[in-house]
Design a binder for this molecule. Structure first.
Ligand SMILES: [Zn+2]
Length: 608
């Protein structure tokens, strides 16, 4: 990529819908900002690198052979983004610097295909209700995805559903249900929680059980390369043969080996070796599956008809599992060259991410707890198979709940579902965004209530300046926000914060300063200034996934009386009385705001 002088950057360009004709767009180039300078309405920080590129012609997002597994449709990245390639933003700017766990540095998110981001985030294993940590990683990567789109990039976001796992099988066996019943129930719970959080659906949600054929093929390839070996209970990766093993664990192989738990019952070469394939020793009687998923698969033996893998046409309980998997209550298996079994968790994600996003995809993310062994072991398989894996690794921090406050009787939240039953999902988003994504966050009723008060201030903007807020909220990219009347300086400051390793706390501070400005300007009768600030608040909050709500909850007579009493107390400057009434309203489940027209109240929990 050729470097260009700062002067070569276009001084101005149309924004929003008024796009330059294709021929007039600047060629793809790198610019090094040598000083503070306005470019497209944005001030560029000294030393800031800005990628300027023309929209690439539509191209296959992944590389290599057709990544779709049989029977799975693969949406094109353009379709996934809801826009045709021709309508994509003319100039995509990716100046996001993000901490990369693999290098231990904050570095520019460099893209395989200019203007396009392929990201894979490990999704849930659906065996129980989601916990607060699930909510956090979903929000963090939802915000990252939204921000990349706000910058004009096309994002293809893939997040899996692990629907075959020991925990699912254990629960199914315990409850006398099939694994798919358990997985189906908790996947539905998962999506309800994501909807309540306002987390956008991934472009692709591969289910592990639909990818087993490709997983068997990868394990067979690793065995063929001599880097994986079969034992009595499965197939294992020989991690001693993987260059750089320990990269994401941030520990060398020696110290990992020293700290590993030795399982004497397993004939592994090294305690660090992990199962790519788990053999199922006993197929429950009457549960012989058709095993049709592998029928006719090239190079894979043990297909339907293999005596060890079930009797074709005798579906038994397996018939209810679909996808040709054999199953009985509490068991799930597929045929393979090593006999009936199922894939290991680490094998699922490496196969699905490479399968959908192709070699060298841009970013792999997940919670901090997945760094090792899960992500290390995903990466190890790709390396051992001679594939290029994720180019950037992002991990978010933990959710902390004070140990003794964990119990529900003390008023804390026992799960994400529990929190969402008591609070506005947007409040949890705001709580998460107030802290840096790599730092731990504390979630308890006090921090949630605090976030709800902040949310009320944001919603107040939508009520007071509905037209400006609606215009700002409709802008899904920075260019459109500017076209909708957003303040260029504020948008630039927002982007500078977000580009600095997703400093959402800094970005939010700017948004709340705009809230103050909008209200102050409105109070002073400066309508244009107020509307500009309000439009900017809505646009930037929207970029973070916070949709402002102007609707006012129905207020019952008793509450209305308290509101009137509080207004009277404030008018009489009886602050003690005003505070007492405020506390009474809060105790009744209302969020209380002070507006120019008096006390306003909003329900704490969303109406459902
Ligand atoms: Zn994963």
């Amino acid at each position: 990529m050729e470097a260009v002088a700062e002067e070569d950057l276009p001084a101005e360009r149309p924004v929003g819908g008024a796009r330059a004709p294709r021929a007039l767009r600047p060629p793809m180039s790198w610019g090094a900002g040598g000083g503070r300078r306005l470019w497209a309405g944005r001030r560029i920080r000294p030393g800031y690198r800005v990628l300027v590129s023309t929209t690439p012609e539509p191209a296959a997002h992944g590389s290599g052979p057709d990544p779709s597994p049989p029977g799975l449709a693969t949406a094109s990245p353009a379709a996934a983004d809801g826009a045709s390639p021709a309508a994509a933003t003319a100039v995509a700017v990716c100046s996001l610097r993000l901490f990369d766990t693999a290098t231990g540095t904050v570095r520019l998110l460099e893209l395989r295909d200019p203007g396009r981001v392929g990201m894979y985030v490990c999704g849930p294993t659906v065996y129980d209700v989601p916990h607060l940590g699930h909510g956090r990683f979903s929000l963090v990567f939802d915000v990252l995805r939204r921000y990349l789109r706000f910058c004009g990039l096309q994002v293809r976001y893939v997040s899996n559903i692990t629907d075959v796992d020991d925990k699912i099988l254990d629960r199914a066996a315990r409850e006398g249900r099939t694994p798919s019943e358990v997985a189906g129930e908790f996947e539905a719970v998962w999506w309800r929680a994501m909807d309540a959080l306002g987390v956008g659906r991934p472009d692709e949600t591969p289910h592990a059980t639909a990818w087993v054929e490709a997983m068997v093929a990868m394990v067979a390839d690793l065995v063929g390369r001599g880097v994986a070996y079969e034992t009595d209970d499965g197939v294992y990766l020989d991690v001693e043969q993987v260059p750089g093993y320990g990269l994401l664990a941030l520990q060398p192989l020696d110290s990992l080996r020293a700290g590993a738990r030795v399982e004497s019952s397993v004939e592994k070469r090294s305690p660090l070796d992990f199962a790519l394939w788990k053999k199922v020793a006993v197929i429950p009687s009457g549960a012989a599956g058709a095993g049709g998923v592998l029928a006719g698969a090239p190079g894979v033996s043990g297909a339907a008809g293999d005596a060890s893998a079930g009797v074709p046409g005798s579906a038994g309980a397996g018939g209810s599992e679909g996808a040709g998997a054999g199953a009985g209550a509490g068991e799930l298996w597929w045929p393979s060259p090593w006999g009936p079994g199922r894939p290991g968790w680490h094998t699922e994600c490496v196969v699905m991410s490479l399968g959908l996003l192709g070699d060298g995809f841009d970013l792999h993310g997940g919670g901090q707890d997945l760094r090792f062994p899960h992500h290390e072991n995903e990466r190890a398989q790709a390396v051992a198979a001679g594939r290029t894996f994720a180019q950037h690794w992002a991990h978010n921090g933990f959710v902390e709940v004070d140990g003794e406050k964990m119990s529900k009787s003390l008023g804390n939240f026992t799960s994400l579902t529990d929190l969402l039953a008591q609070a506005d999902g947007r409040a949890y988003r705001l709580l998460v965004l107030r802290s840096h994504y790599r730092k731990p966050i504390e979630v308890n009723p006090a921090t949630v209530a605090d976030a709800e008060e902040g949310l009320a201030r944001l919603d107040g903007i939508a009520r007071r300046f509905p037209a400006a807020a609606a215009a700002g909220a409709a802008a899904t990219t920075a260019d459109r926000a500017l076209a909708a009347g957003a303040d260029p300086e504020a948008v630039a400051a927002f982007r500078m914060a977000m580009d600095d390793d997703l400093d959402t706390g800094g970005a939010l501070a700017g948004v709340f300063e705009l809230v103050r400005r909008a209200n102050a300007a409105g109070d002073a009768g400066q309508e244009a200034e107020a509307e500009r600030a309000a439009a900017t608040v809505a646009a930037l909050a929207g970029a973070l996934g916070l949709a402002l709500r102007a609707t006012v909850d129905e207020v019952d007579a008793a509450t209305a009386a308290l509101v009137a009493q509080r207004d009277a107390a404030r008018a009489a400057k009886d602050w003690a009385r005003a505070d007492a009434v405020r506390d009474e309203l809060v105790a009744r489940g209302w969020i209380v705001e002070d507006g120019p027209s008096g006390t306003a109240v909003r329900r704490k929990a969303p109406s459902r």
